[in-house]
Every structure is written in structure tokens, then in C-alpha cells.
Ligand binder design. Structure first.
Ligand code: SAH
Length: 208
């Protein structure tokens, strides 16, 4: 699938992602193996979301690259991802040498992601089965938080778990969603509206 991957990177680049490290990581991570076998095909590298079972999708390559670029991933950064899904976004972050913590609410997807990430050599990625609204306080604060499912509003606990000077990127809204980049500075934060997007909703955990 090397040729498909190269073509995918060219499309992502043509759509405006210029960061060479991000493009190199996207060129390296084997996207198709993160897509469960029943849903896998040549199309695994098309610039669109793909089903991964349980009513969920792996995000479109451009969006993965774009969000990764916007958080400015540097080696050693501690990053929290909400919505592990297939594990693909987590792998891209790990390929960029970030320390990745990822939370997935559907146990079968969390298990799948753990298995693929380990098999692909990204065994440092920590995947927790649980409710992303709570974040992962034991490992906070995070340099960056990337949310890959859409809450109706910005989850407070996630803002609390962001480092001073840290950055969170998330789709917000029901129906029409917009990416928001939140930059934390002391007790206040700046919200920068960005692209319109379409993600699966961030579901409320049973105890909420
Ligand atoms: N980043 C993923 C794409 C995930 S799709 C990838 O690279 O494949 C969004 C995921 O968010 C789904 O797997 C869904 O189950 C999960 N999700 C939805 N609500 C959640 C919540 N409250 N906490 C954690 N995960 C959630």
C-alpha cells in the first residue's frame, strides 16, 4: 500500500498541510491496518472518513494531518487524545515522538486500537477504556489535547487538564460543527474558531 500512501500524502499536501514532519509521519503509518479487516480496502487511503465498526469512523487523512499540524507536535510532548477509535491518529502522534495518552469509550475499539498499536511498534501509546469527558487526571497536565469526536460544548475537565501555555483542538457543536483551537494562558484561555468539520458526536458516559 506504499503507492496509495504516497498518493494520500500528496493529496493532504495539496490541501494545504505543509509541515514536513507531519507529512513524513503520514507517509509512514500504515493506515490500512488500523481499519478493521472487514472494512479495509484500497480505499483505506482515500481522502474521506472510513467506517471502523460500532457506528464509528476513522477521520479523513487531511483532517488528521491538519489537526496534528495545528497542535504543533514536538518530540516528548505529552498529548491526550479523546476518541482513540482505530488508533490511527494516536499512531501518527507517536510517530512524531509525542507521549500519547488516548481514551476510547467503546471497549471493543479500545482493545482493537491497543492491539494494532502494539503490533505496529507503538507500544508506548497508552489507551484507556473510559469516558473522555473526565480526561485522564493521573497523567495531567498535558501539553496538548486533541479531541476526535464532537462535544456540544468545550468540556471543562479537559481545559483543566491542559498545561499553562498548552493548546487543545476539538470539533464543537451538534449538527454543524466547527474546529476550535483553545490556547490556555494562566486562568484564562483564548478560543480560535477554525474549519467547519463533521465528526461523530462525543457521547456522554453512563455516570454523567
Ligand atoms: N481518532 C480516531 C477517530 C475516532 S472516531 C482514529 O484515528 O481512528 C471518534 C471516536 O470517539 C469513536 O471511536 C467513539 O467511540 C469515540 N468517543 C465518542 N464519545 C466518546 C467519549 N465520551 N469518550 C471517549 N471516546 C468517545
Amino acid at each position: 500500500m506504499e503507492a496509495e500512501r504516497k498518493a494520500m500524502v500528496a493529496v493532504v499536501k495539496a490541501h494545504g498541510v505543509q509541515d514536513d514532519r507531519v507529512l513524513a509521519a503520514m507517509g509512514k503509518v500504515r493506515r490500512h491496518v488500523y481499519i478493521p479487516e472487514a472494512h479495509r480496502g484500497r480505499d483505506s487511503y482515500g481522502d474521506h472518513p472510513c467506517p471502523i465498526g460500532h457506528g464509528q469512523t476513522i477521520s479523513q487523512p487531511f483532517i488528521v494531518a491538519y489537526m496534528t499540524q495545528r497542535i504543533g507536535v514536538k518530540p516528548g510532548m505529552r498529548i491526550l487524545e479523546i476518541g482513540t477509535g482505530s488508533g490511527y491518529q494516536a499512531a501518527v502522534l507517536a510517530e512524531l515522538e509525542a507521549e500519547v495518552f488516548s481514551i476510547e469509550i467503546v471497549p471493543a475499539l479500545a482493545d482493537h486500537a491497543r492491539g494494532v498499536l502494539a503490533a505496529e511498534g507503538y507500544s508506548t501509546v497508552k489507551v484507556k477504556t473510559g469516558d473522555g469527558y473526565k480526561g485522564w487526571p493521573e497523567h495531567a497536565p498535558f501539553d496538548a489535547i486533541i479531541v476526535t469526536c464532537a462535544p456540544a460544548d468545550i468540556p471543562k475537565k479537559l481545559v483543566e487538564q491542559l498545561k499553562d501555555g498548552g493548546r487543545m483542538i476539538l470539533p464543537v457543536g451538534t449538527g454543524i460543527q466547527q474546529l476550535v483551537i483553545l490556547e490556555k494562558a494562566g486562568d484564562s484561555f483564548k478560543e480560535i474558531p477554525d474549519l467547519h468539520v463533521r465528526f461523530v458526536p462525543m457521547v456522554k458516559g453512563s455516570e454523567e
